[in-house]
Write a protein that binds this ligand. Structure first.
Ligand SMILES: Cc1ncc(COP(=O)(O)O)c(C=O)c1O
Length: 411
């Protein structure tokens, strides 16, 4: 490997919630956040951060170079995004996702993808409106939509005979009609299931949305993190109707581990939508770009960034293969649909809990006691599920699975 995916970084006291805080599920259903230095874990073991969706790799060197170059100039006044900012996004989407026809006027800055999704909701929905989502569901959608008072209508994804998560189009159609739904939030690739949607699935979805005039807010934050055998297709590329009725969100933050720098963007092709969206955004004066984050983004969406991203995907594929085989071979009663994208595992521990007469809380706590900081899957709508982040050096993933084998799941 040309880039560094093996160094074990000490992120403690370096502004990283991944290693500084732990949510420990209790019997009463709460999960207080405990500072990591107050957590009691078995002596001699360290923490392996496997929860929040950020990565334990040093970021791509071209990002650091771009920021360092900008730092040489000692002033940071008001600014407008440079042409290179838009050009680098357009080039990235062309090369990585085969997008043609994307222009600077289609792209708009967002502080974060989740914030963007919520702004788009205000454009498409009246207060208290119903919105269609798939479950399992990314926790951020659930929390933010509920806080705003929208009504969430879930269409469950179903596992097929091959153990692949699939949309249930009949269920979606029935809910769209019955609940009179005109807005949907679509996660592609899907967190937490790791599904990378196929062309036929996206076409069927598009036909359904067109039939009932359902506008789509499409969260494609995970679009760069996909196994080599799969291919991410932007929903807006499926057909012209979808292109004109979708607001899509992307970010270099997930791909390059830049969440702490803040910086995402939307793509809107339809001029009317884009004008209305810009008007809304201008009202609060809130969504404005940080100059270092702009340079980071330009550095990320570069030739070096492409090579780095390819290597990242190889490392993640190794980790996913390792974890998947390990679970199949050693953890009887733990079920997993192998993720096609993202770096998350969504473990179904229903059978395991039954076999061991243990609750998923107790299982979570036992893992944490041995330093495996995994995440409760229930807020993602997995009743006995645990979500696990594999974006760590492979040696750390192996160590985590060794501990789970030796101390947690097979005792
Ligand atoms: C599907 C999805 N959307 C949005 C986000 C959050 O993005 P941001 O930090 O840009 O708001 C995440 C983070 O894990 C995510 O998984």
């Amino acid at each position: 490997m040309k880039y560094d995916f093996t160094t074990i970084m000490d992120r403690y006291n370096q502004d990283a919630i991944a290693v500084e805080y732990v949510h420990v599920p209790q019997e009463d259903g709460t999960a207080p956040t405990i500072p990591a230095n107050e957590l009691k874990i078995q002596e001699g073991l360290d923490l392996i951060p496997m929860w929040v969706a950020d990565m334990n790799f040093p970021t791509c060197p071209s990002i650091l170079e771009a920021m360092e170059t900008r730092l040489q100039h000692r002033a940071f006044g008001y600014f407008k995004p440079r042409p290179e900012y838009f050009e680098s996004i357009i080039h990235w989407h062309q090369v990585r996702h085969g997008v043609v026809g994307l222009k600077p006027e289609h792209i708009g800055y967002e502080n974060g993808v989740l914030g963007g999704v919520m702004s788009a909701m205000q454009l498409f929905c009246a207060p208290g409106d119903k919105v269609l989502l798939h479950s399992p569901t990314y926790i951020g959608f659930t929390k933010s939509l509920s806080n705003y008072g929208y009504q969430l209508v879930h269409s469950p994804l179903k596992l097929d005979e091959q153990g692949i998560w699939r949309m249930d189009f009949a269920d979606m159609e029935q809910k769209i009609v019955k609940e009179n739904i005109h807005t949907m939030i679509f996660c592609s690739p899907h967190n937490p299931s790791g599904r990378v949607w196929e062309k036929e699935e996206l076409e069927t979805l598009a036909a359904l949305c067109e039939k009932y005039d359902v506008k789509v807010i499409c969260d494609e934050i995970w679009s760069d993190i996909v196994r080599a055998e799969y291919h991410h297709i932007p929903l807006q590329m499926v057909n012209d109707w979808m292109k004109n009725n979708t607001i899509a969100f992307y970010a270099p933050s997930k791909t390059f581990n830049l969440a702490g720098l803040v910086g995402s963007y939307h793509i809107i092709y339809n001029k009317t939508l884009s004008d209305r969206y810009a008007k809304y955004a201008s009202l609060s004066h809130y969504n404005s770009m940080n100059v270092l984050s702009m340079h980071a983004s330009i550095g990320a969406y570069s030739q070096v960034g492409m090579e780095w991203c390819d290597e990242l995907n190889q490392v993640l594929a190794t980790n996913v293969d390792y974890a998947y085989s390990f679970i199949q071979e050693h953890f009887q009663g733990v079920k997993l649909s192998k993720p096609q994208g993202t770096y998350m595992l969504f473990l179904d521990c229903t059978e395991w809990c039954k076999q061991h007469d243990m609750t998923v809380d107790a299982l979570m706590r036992k893992g944490i006691e041995y330093g495996v900081i995994w995440q409760d899957g229930r807020p993602f709508h997995g009743p006995n599920h645990i979500r696990m982040n594999l974006a760590l050096p492979t040696s750390r993933v192996q160590e985590a699975f060794r501990r789970l084998d030796q101390y947690v799941l097979n005792v």
